[in-house]
Design a protein around this ligand. Structure first.
Ligand code: FAQ
Length: 312
């Protein structure tokens, strides 16, 4: 079969909603797109542990600490499923992680913003996990089998994350005026970065057209961003928080909320490594790898010993 014939057969399979599995033939660009997106996603989960992890020792009570610990552990698990999904595409985990540490691979812009107060932790759960779910529910139907299956479990856990964040904010918003002000301040700082998580506008999205054709993506960046805004406004109203956008307004004709233009200059600055915490985040990951070298060495020495015993 020629390459062109293989490509036609591949697209037919996608159009018939048949999942692509690791040993199936796939165009190299499809493989590379998945490696790029899934590894970026895995790195985001792992780097995403840093702003929240910082607050585990400062959680206001034992219940909040237990919930936050569980959430941060979940993010580690998500990173691991996703690194495994990347491995099924023929790239080693070592290589994938080295690409993050060398600055070649990206991770979500949102994790380059600091978590300054306890209200930021609730807001990250509500808005950041909320935005992540909006994007990831669609990924449960992505065309690559291992990615789609990983997303089903991840979405269930992200849903708990979003709810715990909202519940934590509900307490703050019904607390003292200082607590309410702290929640509003977190909202002011996280609203726009949360909208940026969905990626550049459709006009500037380099990969969307092809990824939608291959059903890696089911919706465009702008469609998901709009759905997120539409779903979140009512939640903010219940909390009594103001969304920091003077142009946010229901548009009857469109059946959606209108909102202001995103500061794309800020978005690209953060993506290029110039956000408030980019250097700190990367340095923390590199340090973790160096300090964990002895664990990896001990684990592989143990595995070798066990294999030798088995074959003896
Ligand atoms: N940040 O052509 P597009 C989470 C890059 S998980 C940085 O539109 P695409 C859980 C993009 O890579 C959050 N870079 O790209 C959690 C590309 O650059 P390249 C992560 C971004 O892939 C919660 C260029 O811009 N979720 O939060 C961003 O078709 C709380 C052009 O963009 C995922 O990764 C960005 N925001 O669409 C953890 C979901 N956006 O590679 C802890 C999976 C775009 O050509 C605590 N990923 N870029 O140099 C996706 O769905 C897609 O990759 C998009 C981007 C939608 C993010």
């Amino acid at each position: 079969m020629t390459q062109a014939e293989q490509e036609i057969r591949f697209q037919e399979k996608i159009d018939r909603e048949i999942k692509i599995e690791p040993n199936d033939w796939m165009p190299d660009e499809y493989r590379q797109t998945l490696i790029r997106q899934i590894s970026q996603h895995a790195h985001s989960e792992v780097v995403g542990m840093l702003p929240e992890g910082n607050w585990i020792t400062r959680a206001p009570n034992l219940r909040r600490k237990a919930v936050l610990l569980a959430k941060v552990q979940d993010e580690a698990g998500h990173g691991l499923y996703l690194y495994s999904a990347v491995e099924t595409l023929g790239t080693s985990r070592e290589q994938t992680i080295d690409d993050l540490h060398s600055g070649k691979a990206k991770y979500s812009s949102i994790f380059n913003y600091p978590a300054l107060t306890w209200a930021d932790i609730g807001t990250i759960g509500w808005l950041v996990d909320g935005a992540a779910i909006m994007n990831q529910v669609a990924l449960c139907r992505t065309s690559y089998g291992p990615y789609a299956r990983a997303m089903v479990k991840i979405c269930k856990e992200e849903s708990f994350h979003q709810r715990q964040g909202y519940e934590s904010l509900t307490k703050l918003c019904n607390g003292t005026p200082q607590q309410k002000a702290m929640a509003q301040d977190a909202m002011n700082r996280f609203w726009w970065p949360a909208l940026m998580m969905f990626g550049p506008s459709d006009a500037d999205s380099t990969h969307s057209d092809q990824s939608i054709k291959w059903k890696i993506k089911r919706f465009t960046n702008d469609e998901l961003r709009q759905n997120f805004v539409d779903a979140t406004v009512a939640q903010a109203e219940i909390l009594g928080l103001t969304i920091p956008d003077p142009n946010l307004k229901w548009n009857e004709a469109r059946g959606h909320y209108d909102f202001s233009e995103i500061n794309w200059d800020e978005f690209w600055q953060v993506v290029k490594g110039n956000g408030p915490c980019n250097k700190e985040r990367l340095a923390a990951r590199v340090k973790a790898k160096e300090e964990g070298a002895w664990v990896r060495e001990a684990a592989s020495a143990f595995a070798k010993k066990r294999d030798m015993k088995k074959s003896a």
